[in-house]
Design a protein around this ligand. Sequence first.
Ligand SMILES: Nc1nc2c(ncn2[C@@H]2O[C@H](COP(=O)(O)OP(=O)(O)O)[C@@H](O)[C@H]2O)c(=O)[nH]1
Ligand SMILES: [Mg+2]
Length: 178
Amino acid sequence: MSGPANKLVFVGGMGAGKTTAVRAISDVEPISTEMPLSEDATADKVETTVALDYSSIELDDGELLHLYGVPGQRYLDFMWPMVCEGALGVIVLVSAGSPDPIATTLELLQEFSRIAPDASLAVGITRTDEHPQLLIPTVRDALFAAGFRIPVLRVDARSAAQVTFLVRSLLSHRYADS
Ligand SMILES: Nc1nc2c(ncn2[C@@H]2O[C@H](COP(=O)(O)OP(=O)(O)O)[C@@H](O)[C@H]2O)c(=O)[nH]1
Ligand SMILES: [Mg+2]
């Protein structure tokens, strides 16, 4: 699969906010493959993504940025290399209410920096309004200590402005690096 070059991937566990984030910043109606949630009803929602979200946005220069949301669950990891091929960036979304947000984030960063070594990385911590106990500087320090010097931002996936800011942080970090 040789995907388009202007490609940005959101990855995260169930309820991290991938579908919501893609929808929030899309110019067009997103395509989401949702399936009814079965027994492991750990999330407070009736559907969860088992495959992909896809949409696109037009950047300031008129270029199209393809957006993908891919599940972070291990048993779906066969999708990761396919979705990441040619990606310029990977944004790890993690809910502040997930059991171990820092460990979850680190694990995904380690996986995706291996799968997509040329992609820039950024982290968005969602649902901090519901779970204010998770402090962003704590997350940032932990990731930094593990070698990830990347943008780490609080983001409400429902907010187009906040998701756009996160995307811009990744893009500007990318161009600052090179
Ligand atoms: N309160 C709150 N809800 C959020 C935030 N971000 C996402 N959500 C909600 O979290 C739920 C799960 O998001 P969803 O996009 O379906 O997660 P996905 O499984 O990663 O695709 C949705 O109801 C979102 O509206 C946030 O920052 N605060
Ligand atoms: Mg989803």
